[in-house]
Write a protein that binds this ligand. Structure first.
Ligand SMILES: [Zn+2]
Length: 305
């Protein structure tokens, strides 16, 4: 049978999905080998693809990569140890005469949510992924916006505080992801719990547990969540003033906190948004950590950009 492949290369593992049309048929996960500046990663992925394709006829491969991508070139990926290089040409050396599409991982997830998930009913939305970091993707008038140097939608690095308080791994200070990612939530929890009467002092703090305690009514945990929501709302109100989207589609591990987070976000957002910004929807993403492979597959099949 004819098949296409969606690949999502992450800092810890690589997800590979074999699709018959829109249908995910088989999934494979391999470890990301970051040794030698990640120079073996692509070869490992090629081998895995050959294996998962089996006797099927491969028609195209979409690659989602953690870093800015312009015309098939990655401009560098801190997560993988990659420097600037022409990813698409390297892939073409292995897979000849098939369609190849390379895009940024958050953009791939955005495409996935657009085609099959939380963004399906919107022509204009911003995807927000809240995980170890904060990422995003911008979809306007039915098109993905990548930006001249592949950096559109990098909302995790909006500045949401002054005073050079939390240094970000990008080199700047006080980026949104230092406050509203899972990592940021843990930092805030560790700051706010000190000297307070809270169950946070009795556990190994993870973002998930902070949210569980907040839902159970722990006052300090609630403060931690409110601080996370406050910073995220600030960031999203800025995004709204620039593109006024119909909706924000919220994904990533932190979004597992569900409507509890969405409700808080919706409320806080409107306290910061410009008065004419109204009817902005907040919805949960639906594809979980498969958004990237779905999006990469959709991108290569439909030549999305
Ligand atoms: Zn940053």
């Amino acid at each position: 049978m004819k098949c296409t492949i969606g690949v999502d290369i992450g800092g810890t593992d690589v997800k590979i999905g074999k699709f018959y049309g829109d249908q995910l048929n088989k999934k494979m996960i391999i470890k990301t080998n970051k040794e030698n500046k990640g120079s073996n990663i692509l070869q490992d992925v090629f081998k895995a693809i050959d294996k998962i394709v089996g006797l099927d006829q491969l028609e195209g491969v979409g690659f989602a990569i953690p870093g800015p991508v312009v015309k098939g070139h990655i401009l560098g990926s801190e997560n993988l140890g990659w420097e600037r290089f022409d990813v698409e040409s390297e892939i073409r050396m292995h897979f000849k005469n098939i369609d190849i599409y390379v895009l940024n991982d958050a953009n791939a997830a955005t495409v996935g949510e657009m085609a099959y998930g939380g963004g399906k009913k919107f022509k204009n939305f911003v995807f927000v992924t809240l995980g170890t970091g904060v990422g995003g993707g911008v979809f306007i008038n039915g098109r993905l916006v990548e930006g001249v140097s592949g950096s559109a939608g990098e909302i995790g690095h909006l500045k949401v505080n002054t005073g050079n308080i939390r240094r970000c791994k990008c080199g700047l200070y006080d980026c949104l992801e230092q406050y509203s990612s899972a990592t940021g939530v843990v930092i805030t929890a560790n700051e706010l719990r000190i000297g307070r009467n809270t169950k946070l002092n009795e556990i190994d703090i993870t973002c998930e547990r902070v949210f569980d305690l907040a839902k159970a009514g722990d006052e300090v945990a609630l403060e931690v969540v409110d601080e996370m929501v406050h910073k995220l709302s600030l960031g999203l109100s800025i995004v709204s003033s620039v593109i006024n989207p119909e909706a924000f589609v919220i994904g990533g591990g932190v979004s597992k906190s569900g409507e509890f987070l969405i409700e808080k976000l919706r409320k806080k957002f409107y306290t910061y948004a410009f008065y004419s910004i109204e009817n902005t929807d907040f919805v949960l993403a639906q594809l979980g950590n498969e958004a990237g492979i779905y999006g990469a597959n959709y991108a290569v099949r439909n030549k999305i950009i």
